[in-house]
Design a protein around this ligand. Structure first.
Ligand SMILES: O=C(O)CCC(=O)C(=O)O
Ligand SMILES: [Fe+2]
Length: 268
């Protein structure tokens, strides 16, 4: 069962000394207020703050919404289904093309020496890399060149979903070809976890698994489709997550198939 958020609840707010998380969450609510009016009557719910929906219900909701969004909260992960319409998705791909040319995706090695199935590159002041010496952010692509700048449409999307003035330092670009996956992990190479991570799905569907702030325990999964945006902030910021598999060629956005995922991070 998933929780679908309706008007009146601020899913991104989390109590605590962290004013940053509170600021971006409140800004976020404003953006959604208008769109929420479009939700189904059963979800408009006077005093109900959230309703539980089955995975079937979730699919139904997403279909009903079509190009409009449905906001789900799964264990503090805010999943903005269909946040980007097809034109916006195509615009992002167009903007990413020169980035991928200047900083070609590569297959990183894990510190244990295994080759990751996902190919990666980055845009921004810092890029995420991994090799035998560990996971870290680096100012240059392994080829020696600086990372290209984060494209404007990507920065606009970040500002829109977070309400933050602070820009991300890194846009990690993951490419999942047929059979690629990403094991459960935490994003924890950044200096300050009060900034959210924003993840954007483009191309083929990916089965996103959501775990807990500590390793182990029960997990839940949700299919992410092209145009979906996930905000990992507050308690979700350090929760385990991963991608079990993709549905290769389920989307026509990328001519050769596969899934592109962008994760936007404040690093320093
Ligand atoms: O591909 C995804 O949806 C998640 C990617 C991710 O978790 C990461 O790059 O850290
Ligand atoms: Fe991650």
């Amino acid at each position: 069962m998933f929780k679908a958020i309706t008007r009146g609840q601020n899913p991104l707010w989390h109590p605590g000394p962290d004013d940053v998380a509170r600021r971006w969450s409140i800004a976020r609510l404003g953006v959604y207020r208008e769109r929420e009016k479009a939700l189904q009557p059963s979800l408009r719910g006077g005093f109900h703050e959230s309703v539980m929906v089955s995975s079937w219900g979730l699919r139904w909701l997403a279909q009903q919404e079509g190009a409009r969004m449905t906001r789900l909260m799964i264990r503090d992960f805010v999943v903005l289904k269909s946040h980007l319409d097809p034109a916006a998705q195509a615009g992002l791909i167009e903007a990413l093309r020169p980035v991928l040319k200047a900083a070609p995706p590569f297959s990183p090695q894990t510190p244990s020496g295994k080759k990751m199935s996902v190919r990666m590159t980055s845009a921004g002041a810092l890029g995420w890399i991994s090799d035998r010496t560990g996971y870290r952010y680096a100012p240059q692509h392994p080829g020696g060149q600086d990372w290209p700048a984060i494209p404007d449409p990507v920065l606009r999307l970040w500002a829109e979903v977070t309400g933050l003035e602070r820009r991300p330092d890194c846009c990690l670009i993951n490419y999942y070809g047929e059979g690629a996956r990403m094991g459960l992990h935490q994003d924890k190479d950044e200096a300050d976890f009060s900034w959210p991570v924003v993840s954007v799905s483009l191309g083929d569907d990916g089965l996103f698994r959501i775990g807990n702030p500590t390793r182990g325990g029960r997990t839940e999964s949700v299919w992410l489709s092209s145009g979906d945006v996930v905000v990992m902030g507050g308690p979700a910021r350090l929760s385990y997550h991963g991608v079990d598999r993709i549905r290769y060629k389920s989307s026509r956005l990328l001519p050769r198939g596969g899934r592109l995922n962008l994760t936007l991070r404040v690093v320093t």
